[in-house]
Design a binder for this molecule. Structure first.
Ligand SMILES: Cc1cc2nc3c(=O)[nH]c(=O)nc-3n(C[C@H](O)[C@H](O)[C@H](O)COP(=O)(O)OP(=O)(O)OC[C@H]3O[C@@H](n4cnc5c(N)ncnc54)[C@H](O)[C@@H]3O)c2cc1C
Length: 288
């Protein structure tokens, strides 16, 4: 098998302690020679400065290439363009281009700005005109909550690919077959971009369930059951989380997947263990 391409997602820390944890995490994960890391962005531009500050810190602490997430919901197009140009001027040439969600579900922010980009595909098209960004977009193997079904999800992926996206990164999922069906349907539809599975190491089952309630990505009963009776036993929970992700990575690799995006939640331990147990770490070192 070829050397897998790894990427790591971080979020902008809110406290000084969080900032120190992020840098420690970056330093530890750098040994896995990721293709890139990415830093999330608040919808409505609410986290523009924290995102930029976190990107600068990651770049200063490591040699990892960093992508900025960029959302367009609730903002005038001119403002989004200005941010994109500023990123390019600072040497940040990778963007994860997203529509974003309203700050609160059902809030007015869901309505596109009258002078804004309506869909992520509109944003991708514009970004490609601004500069030669390397662009990732979001993909939803188990369906986006607002979509009209699997065909609409694939159509939208194709729209984003046709607009110039280089790669799609998926929402987290635990149903490996759903990912493979989505990948194959995308290929049949001619959405010829790389589709990278988003792997969410389960740092805490309760936090996972609350993410799931927010974003609509399903958590199957067998995942919840695997954590039953071990609340408060951090060591046991770590092992269960590692084993779930390692099985997922193994199954995906067997099906020919050779790139993985880890939602690190700014923590190194579980991602490092998954990569070690899943053989990804050794292959990274052998190829270095
Ligand atoms: C890898 C990843 C990273 C993320 N990072 C962030 C982040 O940093 N900050 C943040 O706020 N959110 C982030 N999100 C969440 C994301 O913003 C939401 O999931 C959002 O609801 C959808 O964004 P999108 O870019 O997929 O939107 P779109 O691609 O615009 O799709 C949104 C919905 O509109 C539909 N649609 C799109 N175009 C059309 C059209 N032309 N006609 C009809 N229907 C259409 C789609 O089918 C879909 O149902 C991330 C998600 C992922 C998977």
């Amino acid at each position: 098998m070829s050397k897998p391409d790894l990427s790591f997602e971080f979020f902008p820390p809110k406290t000084e302690r969080g900032a120190a944890t992020l840098l420690e995490t970056v330093r530890r994960l750098e040994e896995l020679t990721p293709r890139f890391a990415s830093v999330t962005y608040g919808a409505g531009g609410s986290e523009r400065e924290p995102t930029l500050t976190a990107i600068r810190a990651v770049r200063a602490a490591s040699s990892i290439s960093v992508a900025s997430h960029l959302t367009c919901v609730g903002q005038p197009a001119a403002e989004v363009d200005r941010v994109a140009r500023a990123l390019w001027a600072e040497g940040i040439d990778r963007i994860v281009a997203l529509r974003g969600d309203p700050p609160r579900k059902g809030a007015l922010g869901a309505v596109p700005h009258p002078n804004g980009y309506r869909h992520a595909s509109d944003l991708v098209r514009r970004l490609k005109r601004i500069a030669d960004f390397e662009i990732s977009v979001a993909a939803f193997p188990e369906g986006h909550p607002e979509s009209d079904g699997p065909a609409a999800d694939i159509e939208n992926l194709k729209r984003k690919a046709d607009a110039g996206a280089d790669r799609a990164i998926t929402q987290f999922f635990f149903d490996t077959d759903a990912f493979l069906r989505y990948r194959d349907a995308a290929a049949r539809a001619g959405a010829g971009i790389e589709i990278v599975p988003g792997i969410l190491p389960i740092q805490n089952i309760h936090t996972l369930l609350s993410f799931s309630a927010d974003c609509g990505a399903p958590v199957p009963g067998w995942v919840v059951d695997a954590f039953r009776g071990i609340d408060g036993d951090a060591g046991a929970a770590h092992k269960v989380a590692r084993d779930i992700a390692v099985k997922q990575v193994d199954a995906l690799r067997t099906a020919g997947v050779d790139a993985f995006h880890f939602y690190t939640l700014n923590r190194a331990e579980l991602t490092l263990d998954i990569c070690a147990a899943g053989g990804l770490a050794a292959e990274q070192r052998a190829a270095a």
